[in-house]
Design a protein around this ligand. Structure first.
Ligand SMILES: CC(C)(COP(=O)(O)OP(=O)(O)OC[C@H]1O[C@@H](n2cnc3c(N)ncnc32)[C@H](O)[C@@H]1OP(=O)(O)O)[C@@H](O)C(=O)NCCC(=O)NCCS
Length: 189
């Protein structure tokens, strides 16, 4: 019921065929080495892959054109294991639990598809993402030296992190993030 949706509420739903442009724009806002629409299409076409997009309802008549894409997650399930391939939240919307809601939704969906564990790689200098993952049960299980290549050609290592999905509390996919998503966060740093 679009007319009853509360401004500031967050919707997380699977990426559809018309979301590739939105996904590419969001990825570009989150990473210095952006993935193209073709890269994303290729990734999402791999067996077991899925994408989620977080959209914020900003008010408006019947909700039309009032859903702003604020974040995304891409993951892949292969048999009983899954991998988080990418997660990003556009800068004005960070620290509002959008990343947490996307991560939890990806974990739920992977578990529903039969995965008992989720792995991910995170750059060794990306402390904010490491904190987010640790807060949701991920533990460091390895180090991959020179894993990522940066836009300037330099290389940086990545930690591999792992989380048992069986320990997730049984609950439906989160449809709403924490309260307080009522406007973009000013970028101060
Ligand atoms: C990492 C990222 C997805 C987090 O999204 P987010 O919506 O801001 O995350 P949340 O609001 O759900 O944060 C949950 C917790 O993660 C940790 N965290 C997130 N961002 C943080 C930051 N900048 N500094 C310190 N801790 C941070 C905190 O523990 C936070 O809880 P708190 O706000 O109660 O302290 C976002 O910063 C981002 O898109 N970064 C650029 C892309 C990226 O690095 N993706 C991950 C690649 S592996």
């Amino acid at each position: 019921m679009l007319g009853l949706r509360r401004a500031g509420s967050l919707q997380i739903r699977p990426v559809g065929p018309f979301d590739l442009g939105r996904l590419a724009r969001l990825h570009r806002r989150c990473f210095a080495e952006p993935w193209s629409r073709a890269d994303l299409a290729h990734l999402l076409a791999m067996p077991g892959s899925f994408g989620l997009v977080a959209r914020l309802y900003e008010g408006g008549l019947a909700g039309l054109d009032a859903l702003r894409g604020v974040g995304f997650a891409i993951a892949r399930v292969v048999r009983d294991e899954s991998e988080l391939l990418s997660l990003g939240v556009a800068p004005p919307w960070r620290r509002r639990r959008v990343g947490s809601a996307l991560l939890l939704a990806a974990m739920e969906r992977a578990r529903a598809a039969g995965a008992g564990v989720m792995f991910l790689e995170v750059a060794v200098d990306n402390q904010s993402a490491q904190d987010l993952y640790a807060a949701h049960g991920f533990e460091r299980v390895g180090l991959r030296p020179d894993y990522y290549q940066r836009a300037d050609g330099s290389r940086i290592g990545a930690f591999t992190m792992r989380c048992e999905l069986d320990r997730l509390p049984q609950r439906p996919l989160p449809a709403t993030a924490a309260p307080g998503l009522d406007g973009p966060r000013p970028i101060s740093s």
